[in-house]
Design a binder for this molecule. Structure first.
Ligand SMILES: [Zn+2]
Length: 266
């Protein structure tokens, strides 16, 4: 049995039900902010010069929008105005984290440079980070109706091969129906990017990706976002600073004699 082709029926506007939202601004614990600027300060003290460095912003699985800490992965080499970011390093760092901690973005410094915006290299890094952390910050944003131009409804065991030649999509049901809506989940994921300078300035962006699970529709957008510093009751102690100092010595690799191909990429 074959039912009436739905494309013949005047369809109302596709139905969309909102289920959640991606962050509109960045939430960061004061502790994480202090730690980031402390890393810059320690780099200057330990290596007697300001170098760019990068770290990963960390959140909790149950509150991915809040940056609670800064993780310092192994930096491959740090120049005065350029730092590299590789997905292998992010993966390696992710493995060192406990189950409840997620990476929700990245942070880097422009050292003593007064270059207060993201460079072209940074733009590429945003996408590397978004690709990597997207599955962890992913959440359903909406259920959205897929408007199928030529939907054919068929009943299980009651259609013939010829029926399948018709329509762009066919829905086979176990009972007779005359109308159907197909709703797909639109998932959204995000990551943050923050750039800081030795003088105490910071700039930040939110990168968002939305993907329709069935239609495959995908959008990626970046927007400048306000940042709100939150007091989580945790502050940077002397013990923390000593541990951070060791971390900086170990993870930051100043590159004082960069090969020419690197200089060109700055
Ligand atoms: Zn940069």
């Amino acid at each position: 049995m074959r039912f009436k082709d739905l494309s013949q029926i005047k369809r109302p506007k596709p139905l969309e039900i909102t289920l959640g939202n991606l962050p509109q601004h960045i939430l960061m614990a004061k502790y994480a902010k202090d730690k980031a600027f402390k890393i810059s300060e320690l780099v200057g003290v330990i290596f007697e010069k300001s170098y760019e460095w990068y770290g990963l912003t960390l959140g909790n699985k149950d509150q991915p929008e809040l940056i609670v800490d800064i993780g310092l992965p192994q930096n491959d080499f740090n120049l005065q105005d350029y730092t590299t970011l590789g997905s292998e390093r992010i993966a390696e760092f992710q493995e060192s984290l406990t189950e409840d901690v997620i990476i929700n973005g990245w942070i880097h410094s422009h050292g003593a440079l007064n270059y207060r915006h993201f460079s072209n290299t940074d733009e590429k890094n945003h996408l590397t980070v978004l690709d990597f952390v997207g599955s962890r910050t992913r959440k359903p944003l909406a259920k959205k109706e897929i408007a199928v131009q030529d939907l054919v409804l068929l009943e299980k065991d009651r259609f013939v091969e010829k029926d399948l030649e018709k329509g762009s999509v066919c829905l086979i049901t176990d009972g007779p129906i005359t109308e159907a809506k197909i709703m797909e989940t639109v998932y959204g994921s995000f990551c943050y990017s923050i750039v800081i300078g030795d003088e105490g300035w910071h700039e930040q962006q939110i990168h968002c990706r939305e993907r329709g699970i069935l239609s495959g529709y995908m959008t990626v957008r970046s927007q400048a976002g306000k940042i709100e510093f939150v007091d989580t009751g945790k502050s940077l102690s002397q013990v923390d600073i000593i541990a951070l100092s060791d971390d900086v010595k170990q993870k930051i690799k100043p590159h004082t004699d960069p090969p020419p191909e690197l200089i060109e990429r700055m």
